[in-house]
Design a protein around this ligand. Structure first.
Ligand SMILES: C[S@@+](CC[C@H](N)C(=O)[O-])C[C@H]1O[C@@H](n2cnc3c(N)ncnc32)[C@H](O)[C@@H]1O
Length: 275
């Protein structure tokens, strides 16, 4: 069956799915970081760090234009920023949940607001939907997303949008959960489907987000199918690098050098201008 997108319980179309996801993240934003680190025993920090390291050459270029979409409370963005030189273009960090983004902006926003030197690497927070990015065609060197892609209402539309905004030769990195096989997979399934929702409920006082999480991972396409989707929209050199026994993994791809580009409005291009 072809993969379409996230299907939170009770929704019937993509618009409802997106709204349900946005509201869910708004509602858990205050506890998100705590829950994340408890539930992953801080292994998530290593995943963000490894994902950022995969793009170290682009990140080291102060002129590179970079988008971290579905940035949430900003930990992937921070991992990218650690590899940016002083005085480099700000990263564009976007999310459609205002509450998640607000918390992220406190960590990665303009350094002068945090009493730090102005030329420290930082990001610009943008409230935007991954399926309708307010960015010009062929304008970015790198698009990353960590644990957000799985929540998109339409995976193919998301990949097309990332492809559209990347320059020919630009790179895509999608860090996402997956379901490992074998004994590890069986043990992990028990943790993911039974223990994790119980801890989530205890810390956050809500059931739904932590039953949605394993359900959304279970219905997410396996790596071979994701790579096929990436190729189908025009990405080349598509790979999946499993992390921690395949509990998570990084999908990477490149926008083909000869791909054509159209012309779209550049509403946020100025946000990427060097400060
Ligand atoms: C699980 S959190 C991940 C946050 C962060 N990247 C991290 O690694 O901790 C997923 C984020 O994706 C965002 N998101 C989901 N669908 C989105 C969409 N269509 N457009 C923008 N953001 C979206 C949610 O609001 C949420 O903040």
């Amino acid at each position: 069956m072809p993969a379409t997108g996230a299907k939170p319980a009770g929704v019937t179309d993509e618009a409802q799915a997106a709204e349900a996801v946005r509201q869910m993240f708004d509602s858990i934003a205050g506890r998100y970081d705590l829950l994340n680190h408890v539930l992953s025993a801080n292994v998530d920090r290593m995943w963000w760090w490894r994902a950022a390291r995969s793009f170290r050459a682009i990140l080291a270029d102060p002129e590179a234009s970079i988008l971290d979409i579905c940035c949430g409370t900003g930990d992937m963005t921070l991992a990218l920023l650690k590899r940016r030189p002083r005085g480099s273009r700000p990263i564009l960090a976007a999310d459609f949940s205002r509450e998640m983004l607000r918390r992220g902006a406190r960590k990665f926003g303009p350094p002068e607001l945090r009493g730090q030197s102005k030329d420290l690497p930082h990001a610009v927070a943008v409230e935007a939907d991954a399926l309708h990015l307010p960015l010009r065609d062929s304008s970015l060197d790198l698009v990353t997303t960590a644990f957000g892609f799985r929540n998109l209402a339409n995976y193919e539309a998301g990949l097309r949008e990332f492809h559209r905004v990347l320059k020919p030769g630009g790179r895509l990195g999608i860090l996402e959960f997956s379901e490992p096989g074998g004994l590890i997979g069986k043990a992990y399934a028990v943790y993911f489907r039974r223990v994790l929702p119980a801890i989530g409920r205890a810390i956050c006082g809500k059931d739904y987000p932590y039953t949605y999480l394993p359900a959304s991972v279970g219905s997410f396409p396996p790596p071979a199918q994701m790579l096929e989707m990436m190729r189908a929209v025009g990405f080349t050199d598509c790979r999946w690098q499993p992390y921690t026994f395949g509990i998570a993994g990084l999908y990477t791809g490149t926008r083909g050098a000869a791909d054509g580009a159209g012309a779209a409005p550049a509403m946020l291009q100025t946000a990427l201008a060097r400060h």
